[in-house]
Design a protein around this ligand. Structure first.
Ligand SMILES: Cc1cc2nc3c(=O)[nH]c(=O)nc-3n(C[C@H](O)[C@H](O)[C@H](O)COP(=O)(O)OP(=O)(O)OC[C@H]3O[C@@H](n4cnc5c(N)ncnc54)[C@H](O)[C@@H]3O)c2cc1C
Length: 334
């Protein structure tokens, strides 16, 4: 993108670049940023503008400026569940980072935390405070905002069970509180995935427990994850969501992909991990199309085997800012 700072703006994106550059501290804004540098898969072309607000005020200001100009935006945590497209993104990426790191522990197991917390650090704080309910998330590499949006968890649990409410701002920068019943939680799903709201803080309730027992549980979980998951290559965790029907017929998605003969199979530099087939690893210079082709192939082969269509947990970002579960944009497998 050509930014026109200091001269007449030619398009809404140029106007947004100029308005944001004038309004934001330079450290909070960057242009032409490779999305590959913002996501765990290390895949993706350039994003025109990336804003990393350091407080609720600059977040609200960013949203107001781009809403007025009609420029698309997306919300990013640590990019650990996103497939960026090689064509990049024509809009504004708003990163909710570590600046959103408030933490208040109340007497009755209620915890209020900023959305930028790194999940493993947040869980460690809870363990030290003798609070149980989130230990299953100890190994999940993302922000708290991403976790509550994805209803992430492990051992068939989801963090949504502990969420009382979330503080959000809408696309015009207006703050609001959404209660648990408004969040539409399901397995790895929530209404927050619509992208209408940006989570800035979360109110949770946890149970009291013995910190030493919680520490032992956390160590066991981390040990079992280390044994199972790929260690070296860039990846975005589990690609497909577990499905109870598939589980009772054949097992988790990784086993289904393996039984379909695809464990270790590669297209370009994207490969079903030889260690855990529900992970797609980037061996060096994988492209978004390679990952999408693998997703389509696994879906079709597992469907032939079981009659069940697997759905992706990983979300794909289109150049126009549409974010959808990746199987919805994967081409039909040949
Ligand atoms: C090695 C590895 C292991 C993993 N293991 C697990 C696991 O065991 N269980 C599990 O559930 N997941 C797992 N994941 C996936 C991922 O870590 C989680 O989904 C994580 O919670 C995503 O957080 P994030 O900050 O990276 O979100 P991102 O990937 O940046 O975003 C994910 C979605 O959340 C939205 N979002 C992010 N932040 C906000 C916000 N503040 N407000 C509103 N929307 C927001 C984004 O727009 C996007 O739709 C794993 C990933 C990796 C790489």
């Amino acid at each position: 993108m050509t930014t026109l700072i200091g001269s007449a703006a030619r398009s809404p994106l140029d106007a947004a670049a100029r308005a944001l550059a004038n309004a934001m501290p330079p450290a909070e804004i960057a242009f032409d940023v490779p999305l590959a540098s913002l996501g765990r898969w290390q895949i993706g072309g350039p994003a025109d503008i990336v804003v990393t607000p350091t407080d609720a005020g600059s977040l609200a200001l960013t949203l107001r400026l781009i809403a007025d100009l009609g420029v698309p935006h997306i919300i990013l945590g640590d990019g650990s569940n996103l497939l960026f497209d090689n064509a990049g993104f024509r809009g504004v990426v708003i990163r909710i980072g570590r600046a959103f790191d408030s933490l208040t522990l109340e007497d009755d197991g209620v915890v209020v935390a900023g959305a930028g917390w790194w999940v493993p650090s947040f869980v460690r704080h809870l363990i030290n405070a003798g609070l149980s309910g989130a230990v299953h998330a100890i190994g999940i590499p993302g922000t708290l905002g991403g976790l509550v949006t994805m209803n992430g968890g492990s051992q068939r649990k989801g963090i949504g069970d502990n969420v009382l409410s979330v503080d959000v701002v809408d696309r015009h920068g207006m703050p609001r509180r959404l209660e648990h019943h408004e969040l539409g939680y399901g397995y790895r799903r929530s209404r927050l995935q619509s992208g209408e709201h940006i989570v800035t803080a979360i109110r949770f309730r946890f149970e009291r427990a013995d910190p030493s027992a919680l520490r032992r549980e956390a160590i066991d979980i981390l040990r079992s994850r280390r044994a199972k998951f790929p260690k070296v290559r860039a990846n975005c965790g589990s690609v497909f969501v577990s499905d109870p029907k598939l589980y009772s017929l054949i097992g988790p998605p990784g086993l289904a992909i393996e039984k379909a003969g695809l464990k270790g199979f590669a297209i370009g530099d994207a490969q079903f991990s030889p260690e855990h087939a529900n992970f797609i690893v980037n061996n060096d210079s994988a492209r978004s199309q390679d990952v999408l082709a693998l997703i389509a192939l696994a879906r079709s082969r597992v469907y032939d085997l079981t009659g069940i269509a697997m759905n992706a947990e990983v979300r794909h970002l289109s150049p126009d800012g549409t974010m959808r579960p990746a199987h919805e944009v994967a081409p039909a497998a040949g």
